[in-house]
Design a protein around this ligand. Structure first.
Ligand code: ACO
Ligand code: ZN
Length: 194
């Protein structure tokens, strides 16, 4: 009887728009006080994500690139919603890299490929929440012991955000960007149960 009810519930979910809730739309944080929530991204979010990327950053990617990151690392591709509108995103991948904290050690490191929040939703804590939730997933789901990213040396808001979250500048990469600007390589160790 119980199994039968479950099958009915499953079919009901497949028919209704709750399908994603039932099939694994994972909400990581709800902040009613600030009117936003953070959840895993879905394929149907990608056009909105691409739009935010274009509005906010000069580094843009093809639809296929966003799609391949989502397929490869779905748990650390997150979006933030405000009143059902996608307001920000973060996408990461996992790489084997030389540890930035332990000499001569190869580790699994989370790479924050891109993060952005639409201008009208900034300074609400959305990027901080995206970063914290992605770092938790990188540590707990993908087993990363470190996380790193590149950021323009002129991007003060982002650098302040990362430093607040415990990142440190570990290198400066000359002419990293197409227009010739340098990047800071910033990294942070990920400890369990932080
Ligand atoms: N000036 C100074 N400090 C800032 C600023 C700013 N403009 N923006 C954020 N901060 C710092 C503050 O300390 C802030 O805390 P506070 O508001 O309590 O003072 C803290 O960061 C957290 O800010 P959030 O509200 O969590 O950040 P927000 O949601 O506004 O997003 C972001 C920050 C992502 C940098 C946003 O400004 C943005 O989308 N910028 C354009 C895209 C971009 O630069 N992305 C990062 C590129 S690097 C990469 O992708 C790896
Ligand atoms: Zn990068």
């Amino acid at each position: 009887m119980y199994a039968f009810s479950l099958v009915l519930l499953f079919r009901e979910c497949l028919r209704s728009d709750r399908v994603h809730d039932f099939l694994g739309l994972v909400t990581l944080e709800v902040r009613p006080d600030r009117h936003f929530m953070v959840r895993e991204a879905l394929e149907e979010d990608l056009l909105a994500v691409m739009n935010i990327n274009r509005v906010c950053l000069p580094e843009n990617y093809t639809y296929g690139f966003f799609e391949s990151v989502l397929h490869s690392y779905p748990k650390s591709f997150l979006v933030s919603e405000v009143d059902k509108r996608i307001a920000g995103y973060i996408m990461c991948r996992v790489e084997r890299a030389l540890s930035r904290f332990q000499r001569f050690k190869i580790c699994k490191a989370g790479h924050v490929i891109s993060i952005a929040v639409l201008p009208e939703y900034r300074r609400m804590g959305i990027a901080s929440s995206l970063m914290k939730n992605a770092m938790k997933v990188l540590r707990e789901v993908y087993n990363c012991s470190e996380v790193f990213l590149e950021v323009r040396v002129s991007n003060a808001p982002a650098i302040i955000l990362y430093e607040k979250l415990g990142f440190i500048k570990v290198d400066r990469i000359k002419r990293y960007y197409m227009d010739g600007e340098d990047a800071y390589l910033m990294a942070k160790e990920l400890v369990l149960f932080e």
